[in-house]
Design a protein around this ligand. Structure first.
Ligand SMILES: *Cc1c(COP(=O)(O)O)cnc(C)c1O
Length: 231
């Protein structure tokens, strides 16, 4: 019981931060979706978050995620998002179990996901991951490669290209941060002009959600602020 009180309190605080950031730039609070990042947390916590009203969950590790998805299969309105680096030997499990993949960073993976997506399911909703600050530690493509990969991904039959995901550097200077967020916002608007289905800029985590929302993020991915620190 104590735990679900905490989750509710944390959720209320995140929702308040979303509202405040939206207010500052005159956006409607419901223009930002909240993805609850449940990696390393047990299915019981996902269920608590579900009972508090959340429906979209993000996972980074395929096997851990599939275990939770199986355990929570009766909650059919949960939308699972794969947000971690994806190896080609794991694409089938992802294609069969997730609604979204946010970490597309090469054509080979996108092709496999399209081929392996079961026909009875809707197309897999995908985002291309951009490594905006060129960090070696992060997946994603350089911004200059976005138009090319978007063209290729948009032609795959079992995928629907919905936009961009990025994880800007956590330790950047204020100026570098503004530059990166602005470049992502510009790239998103250009992509949106070109593709009818593109409507998602997945940007902002626990520590930078307000900056992300001010720069037009439509989906924030929140882990520790909701579920507590990870080990
Ligand atoms: C872990 C993770 C998050 C959540 O980060 P927090 O700082 O805990 O909110 C968001 N996005 C991605 C891609 C992640 O891997």
């Amino acid at each position: 019981m104590a735990q679900s009180l905490t989750l509710k309190t944390q959720l209320a605080s995140v929702e308040q931060q979303i509202e405040q950031a939206c207010q500052q730039v005159q956006r409607a609070p419901d223009s930002v979706r909240l993805l609850a990042v449940s990696k390393t947390k047990p299915a019981s916590m996902v269920l608590e978050a579900y009972q508090a009203g959340l429906r979209e969950f993000g996972e980074n590790y395929v096997q851990e995620a599939v275990d939770k998805i199986t355990e929570l299969a009766e909650y059919e309105d949960i939308q699972w998002h794969f947000i971690g680096p994806l190896q080609s030997n794991k694409t089938r499990l992802v294609a069969e179990n997730f609604a979204w993949v946010q970490s597309i960073d090469r054509l080979k993976i996108a092709r496999r996901l399209s081929e392996q997506r079961p026909q009875h399911l809707p197309p897999l909703q995908v985002l291309i991951q951009v490594n905006i600050d060129d960090e070696d530690s992060k997946s994603g493509i350089p911004l200059q490669q976005l138009p090319q990969l978007a063209t290729e991904v948009s032609q795959l039959p079992q995928l629907a290209l919905r936009g961009i995901m990025s994880i800007p550097a956590a330790n950047a200077s204020e100026q570098q941060q503004q530059q990166s967020f602005t470049a992502l916002a510009d790239a998103f608007h250009a992509l949106k002009q070109q593709y009818d289905d593109v409507d998602t800029l997945s940007l902002g985590m626990s520590n930078d959600l307000a900056t992300a929302i001010r720069h037009g993020s439509t989906m924030i991915r929140i882990g520790s602020s909701l579920f507590g620190k990870r080990q």
